[in-house]
Design a protein around this ligand. Structure first.
Ligand code: NOJ
Ligand code: CA
Length: 686
């Protein structure tokens, strides 16, 4: 007993003596998971990019460094839900997982048919009172992506009112963007210090003072509103979600994940164009047989309406007549063009701008759609369907199955859609309602074997990896603006590749040859049909820049958009005849946003190069290192004439030919607002 008591007393004394240290040790043991949870680090495979995730006071933050230099400082993460499931505060870490992937995947068409997917992943699992929130980060050599994965116990639906995602930039970077707008992307680009943007749509492109190029965007946008950003205090960008009419941003089930929020990073501006980050953050292809999905060049009954000499509606000026379609098919067959489009082929155009009740099944009386499609088939030309919805989603969704069946019965593989008009009921084009509709179209079209070229679309977020029938889309000011407005300024074309096109292909429809609209503006048939037309419309480039834009403004469906009479017997049309829209490999070689750009694409042993410049004349030397060593090539060069100028002499061009090989240098001279296009053909072949 005595012995026992003395042991207890001894133990008691030790405890008393060391009480402070023991308390500290116990505390440390209890707090260990929390302390450890405070900072989690993920590095890109090349080790240059580092993402740090940390919890401070129960709130989550991330930051991004490149080469040890901060790019994005501590930026808030989280979501806010209407009825209080806490997804942004009171968070504690339960565990963190790491993974890595390095593999190759292939796509049926694209700038590059083979893509390397190489990333490190870190998922920080957080828990609040009644919800699990996982922050999944992926770091690639060309940037990072992260998304929220939510599981709210006992809840079968959640109403997200706000996303707390921030991008807190360290310096007042130079930026290129259009303002945020939940109904249109057809706006002019701004070149502004980040602190002055107010709001911006994505892709938002930046150049930090240290010279790092960045682009903020999103990948795999499904069943969620689009994200734009707003600068609250100068360098802090907050995510904004286009809401439903009742103010809710996203209606989700109890378990869901958001799209990826992305930050592309590159040492050179063209590194952003050459990045596959957006595609790599999309899931694998969902379409088993993709053999019917083929890139194409096309012409169409289209520009005549925009320049005001033809109409979409029936009448004397109706563009889409059977006879004209037959002419277009003949032209396509003679010139190696794969397909024709005929807008205004269907009934209902009188309703455009009114009740928007189009008929997507029946053709107008002067357009014999069966005859046109049979004739096209006999000539080996495809007919591209067209559905202008005017934004009347209920009417379109009601007719979709019947309309798609009809197109398939006619042998059609490709469909251009349009949403020129506000959505009913206060819904916006870019909110969750719109995102759901655009996706419903893609999946229904896939079911019937149709590809989609969407105008007035939801922004591209790389879903073509999963749904390669989602071929191309508009989603920026395209060629049409040159038909009836002050038009797109020359530098617009050097903005697009570094901004809008980082998201994915664009159906810009370059290819105007009659740049000053000589053949239409004096026509007795000409009618002003658009409020923005001040009678001064024209295309603000040189002719060679139109050719070069076929290479630069990537679209697997590439349209020579002028009326065919402006192409007949035109020597420069040879570039479009030779051009192959089904490339295997692409590389942006040089350029700066809004200034100039040079892109090369390889297709079946040939190479196509396009270079363009803004309002400034420019001379560039391009190393022909992309050509196959040991092979001679004929370089057919379409260059601005020495006296060409987009403003005063846009039509002047020269075509020349020379022999070149790997290692040679191409001297490119471009007029103000000009460009150059080159076809490289292996010398032995024709
Ligand atoms: C707007 C589209 O961008 C254009 O290409 C089309 O011609 C009109 N809507 C009519 O559908
Ligand atoms: Ca449009």
């Amino acid at each position: 007993m005595q012995f026992q008591n003395s042991i207890i007393e001894y133990f008691y004394r030790i405890m008393k003596y060391f009480r402070h240290s023991i308390l500290l040790i116990i505390c440390a043991m209890l707090c260990a998971p929390t302390l450890m949870a405070k900072r989690r680090v993920l590095k890109s495979p090349d080790g240059r990019t580092e993402v740090l995730v940390e919890l401070r006071g129960g709130c989550a933050y991330y930051s991004v460094c490149r080469d040890g230099q901060p790019i994005v400082g501590a930026s808030r993460l989280g979501l806010e839900e209407k009825n209080g499931v806490e997804l942004s505060r009171g968070l504690r870490e339960t565990r963190t997982d790491y993974a890595a992937v390095d593999s190759l995947w292939h796509q049926p068409w694209g700038e590059n048919k083979t893509i390397r997917e190489n990333y490190r992943e870190m998922t920080v699992h957080l828990r609040s009172l009644n919800a699990d929130l996982a922050l999944r980060f992926r770091a690639f050599d060309d940037g990072i992506g992260f998304r929220y994965e939510v599981a709210a116990k006992g809840r079968d639906s959640l109403q997200i009112v706000r996303e707390l995602t921030e991008f807190c930039f360290i310096d007042d970077a130079r930026s290129w963007s259009i303002p945020a707008n939940s109904d249109t992307y057809e706006l002019l680009y701004r070149d502004l210090p980040l602190s002055q943007i107010g709001t911006a749509n994505t892709p938002l492109t930046l150049r930090t003072h240290a010279g790092v190029y960045c682009s903020i965007h999103e990948a795999a946008l499904y069943d969620y509103p689009e994200m734009t950003v707003a600068s609250t205090d100068s360098l802090r960008l907050e995510a904004r979600l286009a809401p439903w009419p009742d103010g809710i941003a996203a209606r989700e089930p109890g378990s869901f994940h958001t799209p990826w929020r992305t930050l592309q990073l590159a040492d050179r501006a063209v590194g952003l164009i050459n990045s596959s980050l957006i595609l790599n953050l999309n899931p694998a292809c969902q379409i088993a047989d993709t053999s019917w999905i083929r890139p194409k060049k096309y012409v169409g009954i289209w520009w005549g309406m925009h320049v005001g000499i033809w109409s979409w509606v029936m009448g004397d000026r109706h563009g889409a007549t059977t006879e004209r379609a037959i002419d277009y098919i003949d032209f396509a067959a003679r010139n190696g063009i794969d397909a024709i489009l005929a807008e205004g082929w269907n009934k209902g155009w009188e309703a455009w701008g009114g009740n928007q009740e189009f008929d997507f099944v029946n053709a107008q009386a002067d357009f014999d759609v069966e005859k046109v499609c049979a004739y096209a088939k006999a000539k080996g030309v495809k007919f591209i369907g067209h559905h202008e919805t005017g934004g009347n989603i209920p009417s379109y969704e009601r007719q979709m199955d019947a309309a798609y069946q009809r197109l398939k019965a006619l042998g059609v593989d490709d469909l251009k859609t349009g949403y020129a008009g506000g959505f009913r009921g206060g819904f916006s084009h870019h909110g969750q309602y719109g995102v759901r509709h655009y996706q419903h179209v893609v999946e229904t079209a896939a079911k019937y074997g149709l590809t989609i070229d969407a105008h007035e679309p939801i922004k591209d977020t790389g879903i073509r990896r999963t749904w390669p029938n989602m071929m191309t889309r508009e989603g920026a000011r395209g060629m049409e603006w040159n038909g009836w407005s002050a038009g797109n300024p020359p530098s617009h074309h050097e903005m697009l590749p570094f901004t809008r096109l980082l998201a994915g292909p664009m159906d810009y429809t370059p290819g105007t040859f009659d740049l000053l609209l000589e053949s239409s503006k004096h026509s007795p048939d000409h009618k002003r049909w658009n409020d923005q037309d001040n009678g001064q419309a024209r295309t603000n480039t040189t002719l060679c820049k139109q050719l070069a834009n076929w290479v630069i403004l990537y679209s697997p469906l590439q349209m020579a958009s002028d009326m065919i009479e402006n192409y007949e017997a035109h020597p420069a049309f040879q570039f479009f005849r030779d051009f192959d829209p089904d490339c295997e490999r692409s590389e942006a070689l040089d350029g700066e946003p809004g200034e100039y750009v040079v892109v090369v694409r390889e297709a079946k042993g040939r190479f196509f190069l396009g270079a363009t410049t803004n309002e400034q004349a420019r001379r560039l030397s391009v190393a022909l290192d992309f050509l196959k060593p040991g092979q001679d090539y004929r370089a057919i060069v379409y260059a601005d004439a020495p006296d060409a100028d987009w403003l005063t002499n846009p039509q002047a061009y020269m075509i020349s030919e020379r022999k070149v090989r790997h290692g040679d240098t191409l001297d490119i001279r471009m007029a103000p607002g000009g460009g150059q296009a080159v076809t490289f053909v292996p010398a032995a072949s024709r």
